[in-house]
Design a protein around this ligand. Sequence first.
Ligand code: UDP
Ligand code: MN
Length: 249
Amino acid sequence: SKTREAFVTLATTESYCKGATVVGKSLRRHGTTRETVVMVTPNISEATRTSLWRAFDRVVLVDALDSGDGVRLALLGRPELGVTFTKIHCWTLTEYSKGVFLDADTLVLCNVDELFDREELSAAPDPGWPDCFNSGVFVFRPSLETHGRLVEHALRQGSFDGGDQGLLNSFFSRWSVENIDRHLPFVYNLSSSSLYSYRPAFTRFGHDAKIVHFLGSVKPWNQSRGGSGSDFLSLWWDEYQREAGRSQE
Ligand code: UDP
Ligand code: MN
């Protein structure tokens, strides 16, 4: 039987759904041959879900704290792990043999299907601490066993940054030293802030950008298109406002 592979994103609020829409539209416009999936929580309105169905092959409903009934009680008192657990829910999508997770605040600039040639856990370095990977873009292998171990790890160790990135880095703790093939080039997760932190590199390599990541507290949907003069920001708004159905320009 044909193996299924998917790009997966997540939105637990109406605002993040705006970002997710851009992820789905940009993947399609660049002609991905893989399925596109957005995971949403039950609080997302019916109208928003309907519009997500236009941008994605599937809209999958996930429980915000779906870590299994057995650990639910242990979760009480650890509200900060909620969004973390929601992201690691991508490991439960076992109808796929491989997935590429993209944060809802990313923008795909070209076809990146070659990411499926990589193995779990592949990711790009975090610009703030490059011995950690940034968890905004990663290649994973859906598995209920791995999911269970991640949940257990979260309950036992927590997350050193209170989010999914701390959890995933302590779980896949050998990433920085183990296997260079698991290191994605930075252009697959180019933080928009790198433009300011190392401008000559950006000038030299920025045109190779494949996926832009608007990490940090200010998201594109909270800024006006011309606000910061960033080209990536206006590309995001172009994608957001582009009409559905115009594929592969
Ligand atoms: N997310 C979400 N709802 C939230 C916060 C985060 O759905 O309230 C998801 C969304 O996919 C987002 C990802 O978790 O892109 C990681 O959060 P964010 O991108 O804000 O973190 P950053 O990349 O800025 O560290
Ligand atoms: Mn992000």
